[in-house]
Ligand binder design. Structure first.
Ligand code: ZN
Length: 353
């Protein structure tokens, strides 16, 4: 794993197709360096084609400061039902004034286009029997890959995310439909720059996480770009309080890098963020209706009951206890519960200290 930032690629300028969509120019390549400074720019990035030959277009906003400085990327909508991330990025961008900024912020407002249109987590393909692809397991993608979402990721990675050599990147998510999450960060705290960035967020939970192959976060980190994943509660609806805190943390990152002027907002230390290095998952052993006995942020001890499950006749068929001491970070929201389904996740520390 390297930590050397990639140099900007000066050979590829912003490439315009000549088309406009709803009055907005369409691009196939973004180079922030050649955009007018001290202004805000909107684009549709031309993504992969659909089966009929039309394209999926990804909304992109660039706030380019009047003075030179580093670049930060904000990405949302890698999963299609995780709308709070899109709202958070819109709110960060709305607070930026390019005339007083030094450097640039690139906002990618909805990566997995068809998944967003149909409010579902994964990219629904027309091919292979309508299989769905998890766009957060295929980065950095491949422009000549075996399916459309892999090619879409490759286009975004090669022509938008990587060439602008961000000094930091934030990927915004929520939990998938049917469950709820605290305001939570996944971050590889072994790296000093990432730890520093994570601690700028006034979140409820931070998990020290080595990363997962194919996620956008891990791919960025492996390319030498400090990155983290922010989880903003539930899917499908805006969680306004959590969004506000995610925005505050994001602006802190921009202030830390000198892109945006002004004092820092609240940080992890100020809100008493709970850190952990592990997530313990309690899964349903049988089918049945679920009665939760805990809520998000409840502190649990080993053996403490967390949920009861009943069959169609109302008989108790399973009882679940916390296997570890920690804090509840994830709960199931759907009462109907299939075997194997995640009931709760507990954030805790496996390694003392
Ligand atoms: Zn997600």
């Amino acid at each position: 794993m390297t930590t050397t930032p990639l140099p900007p690629n000066p050979t590829a300028p912003t490439r315009y197709t000549g088309d406009t969509l709803q009055g907005i120019p369409v691009i196939t390549e973004l180079a922030v360096s050649d955009l007018p400074a001290g202004d805000r720019h909107r684009f549709f990035f031309q993504g992969v084609q659909m089966g009929t030959g039309q394209h999926w277009y990804v909304p992109v906003v660039v706030a380019k400061g009047s003075r030179p400085g580093p670049c930060v990327t904000l990405t949302a909508g890698v999963h299609g039902d995780e709308v709070s991330g899109i709202d958070a990025v819109q709110r960060v961008m709305a607070q930026l004034d390019p005339t007083v900024m030094a450097g640039s912020v690139i906002a990618v407002l909805g990566v997995s286009r068809p998944a967003i249109e149909y409010t579902r987590p994964f990219w629904p393909m027309a091919m292979q029997g309508g299989q769905s692809v998890d766009m957060n397991r295929i980065w950095p993608g491949d422009e000549t890959g075996d399916n459309a979402p892999t090619r879409h990721a490759g286009l975004l990675w090669n022509r938008l995310l990587r060439p602008n050599a961000p000094v930091a990147a934030i990927d915004y998510h929520t939990i998938t439909t049917g469950s709820a999450f605290t305001l939570f960060l996944f971050a590889d705290l072994r790296q000093a720059a990432i730890r520093q960035m994570a601690e700028l967020f006034p979140v409820e939970h931070i998990k020290d996480d080595p990363g997962l192959a194919g996620t956008l976060e891990t791919t960025l980190v492996e390319s030498g770009i400090p990155a983290l994943t922010v989880e903003i509660g539930e899917g499908r609806r805006f969680e306004s309080q959590k969004i506000a805190l995610a925005v505050e943390g994001s602006l802190n990152v921009l202030k830390h890098h000198g892109i945006v002027p002004g004092p820092l907002g609240r940080t992890a230390a100020e809100v008493g963020t709970v850190f952990g290095d592990s997530l313990e998952t309690v899964r349903a052993t049988t089918g049945g209706f679920l009665e939760l006995l805990v809520e998000l942020r409840d502190r649990v001890t080993p053996g403490q009951p967390v949920a009861i499950q009943r069959n169609a006749f109302g008989d108790v068929v399973a009882e679940y206890q916390a296997p570890v001491a920690g804090e509840i970070a994830v709960v199931a929201r759907d009462a109907l519960c299939e075997p194997g389904r995640r009931i709760v996740q507990i954030l805790y520390n496996q390694q003392a200290g």
